[in-house]
Design a protein around this ligand. Structure first.
Ligand code: PLP
Ligand code: COI
Length: 362
């Protein structure tokens, strides 16, 4: 289903005739939080089995009309991405490793039997969004415009098979910090009764069902005074949080992230491991059991544990809680120093040695 060299799309642009005023937008951008507000436009591209990718549009942001029989509403055939646009000091607008998000969207599509959006179309959709909504990219500290590309089965058909009609959309949402209260350690609830994914399941795909499965344990986490939940797999190994990967730092400087086929391969995680390696840290991707985590913290072998993802950036883990224990986690320097290095690159304050930035407004 992949199109190798896809023809350039000509987007039909319909301007929003009632966009937010400059004053309304400025008010929102003062403190957007995460996921609360949306820009004036959205981008979409249709796909059909016979016609391939077609009818690329930029249109006013607003509700989508769907047939009640659209298969996404019944069988959850849906995928999404999360990627940010950053405003640099000179006003230019950049994104970070969009090729990686485009490729992950393709892998998610493959797993969920959806068509693969060519990488060029993914990039074009981001650029089209910036053409009409550049003013929505905030310039405050740690602010960005969070893009939410997503794709779903819109064919009206109740049989269980891959849909023959699909829609790709891109919406954009100005963002500040994901967790309220700035970069302070978050408490993590260990889910014992629930898993997020299983062997052979959809854990490595960014599909809505994985997040739906995390909501009940996430609600339990809130009840227990935690902001996030950590999942284990059937072997008792650490997987990830509801929406972030986990990284452990050992006292000899080794940086370890859990390896498993059912974890979402995070782009923030991959970038952090690269930055750590550049600094001379040994980097490992291997199974990490809950026992190793708890023993490592107790013995002092593990000196830092942090979570990372596009929305959350890097956030230290303060406490790991369950019904049986409450392990206070050691807080070190590396998480915050890597956070600074990563965000310096993203905001154009430091050299982009790996060529990770991609300009969106030119
Ligand atoms: N794991 C899950 C379940 C996520 O939803 C995310 C966020 O996208 C991540 C990990 C981190 O991925 P990335 O760094 O690519 O945003
Ligand atoms: C992201 O970081 O982009 C995500 O999709 C995580 C989600 C929990 C907001």
């Amino acid at each position: 289903m992949t199109t190798q060299s896809a023809p350039t799309l000509e987007f039909q642009v319909t301007r929003n005739l009632a966009p937010k005023t400059d004053a309304e937008r400025a008010e929102i951008l003062k403190d957007p939080g995460f996921g609360n507000y949306f820009t004036d436009h959205m981008v979409d591209i249709c796909w059909s089995e016979n016609g391939g990718w077609h009818r690329p549009r930029v249109q006013p942001y607003g509700p989508i009309a769907l047939d009640p029989a659209a298969s996404v509403l019944h069988y959850g055939q849906e995928i999404f991405e999360g990627i940010k646009a950053y405003r640099h000091a000179d006003g230019s607008i950049w994104t970070f490793r969009p090729d990686q998000n485009a490729q992950r969207l393709q892998r998610s599509a493959h797993r969920m039997a959806l068509p693969e959006l060519p990488e060029e179309y993914f990039l074009q959709s981001l650029k089209e969004a910036i053409k009409v909504d550049a003013a929505w990219v905030p310039s405050g500290e740690d602010q960005s415009l969070y893009f939410r590309p997503f794709m779903f089965a819109k064919e009206a058909f109740l049989g269980v098979r891959p849909a023959k009609k699909v829609a790709y959309y891109l919406i954009s949402s100005p963002a500040g910090a994901y967790f309220t209260g700035g970069v302070k350690p978050v408490n993590i609830w260990l889910s014992k009764d629930y898993a997020r994914a299983g062997k052979g399941g959809t854990g490595a795909a960014k599909t809505g069902g994985n997040y739906a499965a995390s909501l009940l344990p996430q609600a339990e986490a809130y009840e227990k005074g935690c902001q996030q939940v950590v999942f284990l797999n059937e072997d008792g190994n650490v997987e990830e949080l509801g929406g972030m990967n986990v990284i452990f730092v050992y006292k000899d400087g080794t940086v370890v992230t859990p390896k498993s086929d059912s974890i979402l391969p995070g782009i923030t995680r991959a970038s952090i491991l690269q930055l750590a390696e550049d600094r001379g840290h040994k980097v490992e991707s291997r199974p990490v059991s809950l026992q190793e985590w708890r023993d490592g913290v107790a013995s002092g072998d593990i000196v830092e544990v942090f979570a990372c993802g596009t929305a959350a950036v890097i956030t230290p883990i303060g406490v790991l809680k369950s019904d049986e224990f409450e392990d206070v986690q050691p807080i070190g320097e590396l998480a915050l120093s890597l956070r600074e290095e990563l965000t310096d690159i993203q905001y154009g304050r430091r050299e982009d040695k790996h060529g990770w930035l991609y300009r969106l407004d030119a």
